[in-house]
Design a protein around this ligand. Structure first.
Ligand code: SF4
Ligand code: SF4
Length: 431
């Protein structure tokens, strides 16, 4: 038995996890529930069901990997590593769809990514994807949904937003955004943290990195750049490619140890954070195991770093904001209060309740592209809850969630903006 499947041993089949599972909620099929999938994974592990079994791969592939089941399980079942192990066994005999294979090939090397992100930003800057997607409805063809996801990465034009601190980011400042001012009241930095840039975050959300650097700076943390870093490997791990995920993890451990030894590693992406914090397990049998454990222990979400520092008081930001918790922050990292603490610290900002804020939005890496129908079904109650909340802005700290909720809102013709909490904090510092 592998260590990943051993994490399922604690399951007593009580079913407490079923109501927490977004795919079970959408299909009401036991095989689309955590308990049902655990039975399937056990059958796979024992050789009672082959990895190329149609029903087995159908139900396991439809798991979002959101790990909401872990948060509610009274027995402490470790579901996440098991579903990744199961995916790896399935992909070994049933290769991923060509689009996923191509996507992982691009993400594997920064040089390939640069071209893809450049082309994406060029398309985004034309405004055509946003214009075509706006109001197209949730049954829009997949191409329009992809346009909507790209449009959802556009930097905000709310009051200010021009990046003012660019030490490495690859995105060009939005020259049409109204001008802003440099972060106010920034004290001399008294500590440093190495910024983990990631792939999607760096390619399409450079403005969030800029906001992160500024907000850290206001709070006395100087962001150090690590030039040889690569993608965290989360998408490879979720996509059944642990070999690629481990290769990327090794490169990151070596890069951060060389450029910023012993320094905390800060990330603003929930998915990256969950992966980086798992490097000790990913590389447990590797010659770099000890360094990978030490690396993982240094990783902090930006909200953890800022709240631990004690926030410098921001300026006033009169907005109604609903917080939606990214699964890989809330369930996988158990970072639950810090983003709310940041938003609550902004004078004038009204935090409005969002029903189901801790439930998955249906993004889940590449899931929204390979399982578009179920992804839409999972997103639908989230969009209804956002409409009921009356929020001007939905705040969420993960690129996939920003794109999924932003795209859903655009397709539905909703006026709400979707922003990273650190963007709002940065905006408040620049009032
Ligand atoms: S995973 Fe946990 S909550 Fe779900 S059936 Fe098993 S023991 Fe019960
Ligand atoms: S990870 Fe999420 S989608 Fe998968 S079984 Fe658990 S709750 Fe359901």
């Amino acid at each position: 038995m592998t260590a990943a499947f051993a994490g399922l041993d604690a399951c007593v089949h009580c079913g407490f996890c079923l109501p927490a599972c977004p795919t079970y909620e959408a299909t009401l099929d036991e095989s689309d529930s955590p308990r049902g999938r655990i039975v399937l994974m056990r059958a796979l592990e024992r050789g009672e069901a082959p990895a190329d079994d149609d029903a087995l791969s159908w139900h396991l592939d439809r798991c979002l990997g959101c790990r909401a089941c872990e948060s509610v399980c009274p027995s402490g079942v470790s579901y996440g590593p098991a579903i990744e192990e199961a995916r790896a066994r399935i992909v070994a005999v049933r290769p991923n769809p060509p689009a996923v294979t191509a996507g992982l090939w691009v993400l594997a090397r920064p040089a390939r990514q640069r071209l893809a992100w450049w082309a994406s930003r060029l398309a985004r800057a034309t405004g055509i994807p946003a214009a075509l997607a706006r109001g197209a409805g949730d049954k829009a063809p997949l191409l329009l949904q992809m346009f909507a996801m790209l449009a959802a990465t556009t930097p905000s034009r709310r009051r200010t937003g021009t990046p003012t601190h660019r030490s490495r980011g690859r995105e060009r400042p939005d020259r049409h955004a109204p001008g802003g001012t440099e972060a106010t009241a920034a004290p001399a930095p008294d500590t440093t943290a190495a910024l983990f840039r990631g792939c999607v975050m760096d390619g399409l959300f450079g403005h969030v990195h800029d906001a992160t650097i500024r907000a850290l700076g206001v709070n006395g943390v100087r962001a150090v750049e690590v030039r040889r870093q690569v993608c965290c490997g989360a998408l490879a791990a979720h996509g059944g490619r642990p070999d690629l995920a481990r290769t990327l993890a090794r490169e990151n451990v070596l890069a951060f140890d060389a450029a910023a030894p012993g320094v905390p590693i800060v990330t603003n992406s929930a998915g990256c954070g969950a992966a980086l914090k798992a490097y000790g397990e990913w590389l447990a049998d590797d010659p770099l195991a000890e360094r990978a454990h030490a690396f993982a222990a240094r990783v902090r979400d930006v909200s953890e770093v800022l709240v631990e520092r004690g926030l410098v008081r921001p300026g006033r930001l009169p907005l109604r904001v609903a917080y939606d918790a990214p699964c890989h922050l809330h369930h996988a990292q158990r970072v639950t209060t810090q983003p709310l603490d940041i938003l609550a610290a902004i004078p004038g900002l009204e935090l409005v309740p969002l029903e189901g804020a801790d439930r998955c939005c249906g993004s889940a890496g590449l899931y929204s592209l390979v399982e578009p129908e179920l992804s839409r079904d999972v997103l639908a109650p989230k969009l209804r809850a956002i409409a009921v909340s009356g929020a001007d802005v939905v705040a969420t700290g993960n690129p996939g969630c920003l794109m999924q909720i932003g795209a859903g809102a655009l397709l539905a013709g909703m006026e709400v903006e979707v922003r990273h909490p650190v963007e709002l904090l940065d905006l408040a510092y620049r009032q």
